[in-house]
Design a binder for this molecule. Structure first.
Ligand code: NAG
Ligand code: NAG
Ligand code: NAG
Ligand code: NAG
Length: 458
């Protein structure tokens, strides 16, 4: 039995090598823009990072943001805090027409430090997202209980219509960062508004009427303040709900005010494009209920690297995502949870990555902000192929093999390119340099079963 299987494997590989049609990359045919990949340090994780010793801090920053030693992440997602201890507007001015009293502690839960570090590594996409409006602006009167923004359709409050006040508050938050020399580029006013829970959040209705009545106000307020910020909506819990919101937003003409459609992956992965002319981002995904592990592939569990390799590939190649952002980046001694990509080894004291971290690195280090996904021709059974043209004109292909055996992929060298390098991640390799054979204008590279290979042409 073993011998037969071995023979079959050899035979199949040989067939692929001889008759497998080469994959070709058409860099003239440009698809979606790529903004990049990233993480958050929300809910105190930025402060924990800031307070870590310098050895651990430097290792984690390099792993997150370095394009040589790390994932080269290019997006961070910050929390605009609404809890009374951390918000910039803890107290109600009594009425929306009264002047607000803002305060700024210069730290913002460690996120000013984290944003400054990210900027030093060249990160330019800073997404600030409000989980909730301050409690006094909501129907529930509490930032941590379910409630709607007062003044949106069907949600009247005795204190009045707080929509303009909420827009002013969000703009003020951006201005505080601006004064600290940091440019917030994307602004969100919701987080999982279809979910009810006991931490910061604002609800919206299924028809998004509440969001639709607020977005133009926020747009005008951002514009009047002279800020160069794109507005996002709606960070729904999952792709199906964001699809519903997107349809409502698009038919209400909201595309002219918004920059990005945003969704999380908990209630469903990004598996097909949203029906919008706007770019789309997957802004939060993770598996907090599962243990932190370096496992790459065992049985396809949600806390395995290959599972995340597939989620990213599906999101970028099938759902046309322009960004994929994991939940948290770095946490210390939280290995009960797959909520984050990096933790600290209890014995060596070194920072190390989960399997998902390596999956992200295979994309993020090589496909840089401003790249475009480009068309490919040809296919290989069980292999997802994504190809990209970088701003520096290098061309990258990411090959994700879910097949039961190693397949040698042949890719025509794109015109104008003269050399190729490749990296492999599977059960035995972590973003390891791997051999590519170039002959007759074609590159041949083996992609192991349940493995990912990234090829870069320069
Ligand atoms: C809510 O407020 C709007 C605008 O001020 C008003 O037209 C509407 O009648 C109010 N609805 C209720 C139920 O009070
Ligand atoms: C922020 O934007 C301003 C104006 O475009 C620019 O001069 C500055 O370099 C930017 N700062 C950072 C840290 O990117
Ligand atoms: C730095 O912090 C980590 C995480 O708490 C710890 O494991 C490590 O021993 C510390 N290293 C030094 C040099 O203090
Ligand atoms: C390259 O192409 C030529 C002409 O088609 C062929 O004779 C040769 O065997 C090819 N070389 C390789 C290494 O495939």
């Amino acid at each position: 039995m073993r011998a037969i299987q071995g023979a079959l494997m050899l035979f199949t590989q040989a067939v692929v090598l001889v008759t497998g049609s080469a994959i070709s990359i058409n860099t003239e045919s440009q698809l979606q823009l790529i903004d990049g990949f990233g993480v958050s340090q929300a809910f105190g994780r930025a402060k924990e990072f800031q307070d870590a010793n310098t050895t651990v801090q430097k290792q984690a920053l390099d792993l997150l943001f370095s394009t040589n030693a790390g994932a080269g992440f290019s997006i961070i997602r910050n929390l605009i805090p609404s809890s009374s201890d951390a918000t910039i507007e803890p107290n109600s001015p009594g009425s929306p027409s009264n002047p607000p009293t803002y305060r700024w502690d210069g730290s913002d839960l460690g996120q000013v430090w984290f944003t400054t570090q990210a900027a030093r590594y060249g990160v330019k996409t800073i997404y600030a997202d409000a989980w909730s409006a301050p409690g006094f602006m909501k129907t529930s009167g509490n930032e941590a209980t379910p409630g709607y923004l007062c003044g949106t359709p069907g949600h009247n409050c005795s204190t009045g219509d707080w929509r303009q006040a909420y827009a002013n508050y969000l703009v003020q938050y951006v201005k505080y960062y601006q004064k600290a020399g940091l440019n917030i580029t994307h602004l969100g006013f919701l987080n999982e508004p279809d979910w009810t829970t006991d931490y910061s959040q604002t609800q919206i209705s299924d028809n998004a009427a509440d969001a639709i009545s607020f977005i133009p106000i926020l747009f005008d307020t951002v514009k009047e303040a002279g800020l160069n910020v794109e507005i996002t909506c709606c960070d729904a819990t999952g792709w199906p709900k964001q699809t519903t919101y997107t349809d409502a937003l698009v038919s209400a003409g909201m595309e002219r005010y918004l920059g990005i459609m945003t969704s999380h992956a908990y209630g469903g992965d990004a598996d097909s494009p949203l029906d919008t002319t706007l770019r789309t981002w997957l802004t939060e995904a993770g598996a907090g209920d599962y243990a932190f592990t370096t496992t790459w592939y065992n049985n396809g569990a949600i806390n395995e690297g290959m599972t995340w390799a597939n989620k990213i590939a599906m999101g970028i190649v099938q759902a046309d995502l322009s960004a994929y952002v994991y939940w948290e980046g770095f946490e210390i001694d939280q290995q009960q949870s797959y909520s984050h990509l990096l933790d600290v080894d209890g014995i060596t004291g070194d920072v190390f990555g989960s399997g998902a971290f390596h999956a992200f690195t295979m994309w993020s280090r090589f496909i840089r902000p401003g790249a475009h996904r480009v068309s490919t021709a040809g296919s290989l059974s069980g292999v997802t192929i994504g190809a990209f043209l970088n701003p520096d004109s290098s061309v990258v292909a990411v090959l994700t093999n879910n097949g039961p055996m190693t397949q040698t992929v042949q890719i025509s060298v794109p015109s104008g390119k003269t050399s190729a390098s490749a990296w492999l991640t599977d059960n035995d390799h972590q973003v390891a340099s791997t051999a590519v054979r170039v002959a007759n204008g074609t590159v041949a590279v083996p992609v192991t079963s349940h493995g990912v290979v990234t090829v870069k042409f320069t």
